[in-house]
Design a binder for this molecule. Structure first.
Ligand code: FAD
Ligand code: MG
Length: 321
């Protein structure tokens, strides 16, 4: 624990990620409860070790449905809906490809094309069957696997915010390693740094100030390997089975719920800047900051946050009207 003015910080490592909690009160017991809550959700949702409810579903693929707890069912339902949006880059059934590439888990080579093609056939989101009444999930083909890695941290960040609110806290911040969720508005808002892609240490492109908002960043620079001068990162294109390849280094989404932010970072990654900004015109509740390989920073709009560019080697384009 360390203190900075009246803000108290608590840290842990969970879900393979550094976790940071900031509170406006000195409350070790509350911090311990929050970390316990995160661990409970990790144990339900992880695909990195057994037992978890998601692993049970995966192990039963092609054999039988598995009844899961309500939060797991709801999260899978939400992930399936996002996967079925026409042209969506989000796919909850991407598991077999994630496991084959192993990016972020010592994977350092490009799998043979015919293997990827065979695995692609096991990633149809429509074949994730949900039975509302039984509260069960069934993957129709052997070898299918759900992966909630793109969405689970957002869901958990929202549960932490709700928990803090219920505990009577008026201000707090949880950072689950890429997913920041904030409660309240201490001294005019929370400042959240926007990391400079592929830089050493803590270099920032800019900083955002938000209140009662989530800030989710997905980037190609956190989990990747390089081969023959090419960068292979962990956000896979469900249409090809290879990492999404476009002009982006990172996408940050500002929204009320971190779950929305998590879904939208993946959707926007698939769309790229032009299509992404166009899509967001219909969603005033979702705003994005794109950082491109050519060092541009593009704001889709900035109604719910303030942004300051801190690195002048980047060019800022603000679409706010
Ligand atoms: P995001 O961009 O939000 O998501 C990328 C991740 O989503 C990929 O890593 C992959 O899992 C999945 N994905 C890839 N392409 C797609 C797609 N097209 N559609 C949908 N999903 C896709 N890391 C460890 O190193 N060790 C652990 O033990 C560990 N345990 C975890 C347990 C839980 C419950 C969770 C949620 C995460 C855990 N992680 C662990 C981290 C995990 O492996 C991912 O790296 C992380 O969730 C990615 O989140 P992100 O915000 O960085 O990226
Ligand atoms: Mg995500």
């Amino acid at each position: 624990m360390s203190s900075d003015h009246r803000i108290y910080s608590y840290s842990a490592v969970l879900m393979g990620s550094p976790i940071l909690l900031k509170l406006y009160s000195h409350n070790e017991a509350l911090a311990a409860q929050v970390f316990r809550l995160i661990k409970q959700y990790e144990d339900l949702l992880t695909v990195n070790r057994t037992p978890s409810q998601v692993m049970e579903i995966n192990h039963a693929a092609g054999r039988h449905p598995v009844t899961v707890s309500r939060p797991v069912f709801e999260l899978i339902r939400c992930a399936k809906a996002a996967s079925l949006v026409p042209g969506s880059a989000f796919n909850l059934a991407i598991g077999p490809l994630v496991k084959r590439w192993k990016i972020g888990f010592k994977g350092d080579s490009v799998p043979p094309a015919q293997e990827l093609a065979a695995l692609l056939a096991l990633t149809s989101p429509a074949e994730v069957c949900l039975d509302e009444e039984a509260g069960s999930v069934f993957l129709t083909r052997p070898g299918m696997e759900i992966d909630l890695g793109a969405i689970a941290k957002g869901y958990i960040a929202d549960r932490v915010r709700d928990y803090l609110r219920k505990a009577g806290e008026t201000a707090g911040l949880i950072n689950l390693g890429g997913n920041v969720q904030t409660l309240g508005s201490p001294e005019g808002g929370w400042t959240v740094g926007l990391k400079k892609p592929f830089s050493e240490g803590q270099a920032l492109v800019g900083a955002l100030v938000v209140s009662d908002k989530s800030v989710v960043t997905s980037g190609t620079y956190e989990r990747y390997f390089e081969r023959d001068g090419k960068c292979y990162h962990h956000i896979l294109d469900p249409r090809t089975g290879y990492p999404l390849d476009n002009e982006l280094d990172s996408v940050t989404v500002i929204s009320t719920d971190s779950l929305d932010g998590d879904i939208w970072t993946t959707l926007l990654y698939g769309m790229g800047v032009a299509k992404g900004c166009a899509a967001l015109r219909a969603r005033p509740d979702i705003e994005a900051i794109f950082v491109t390989r050519s060092q541009e920073v593009i704001l889709s709009s900035a109604r719910h946050f303030r942004f300051t560019l801190l690195d002048n080697t980047f060019r800022l384009t603000d679409n706010t009207v």
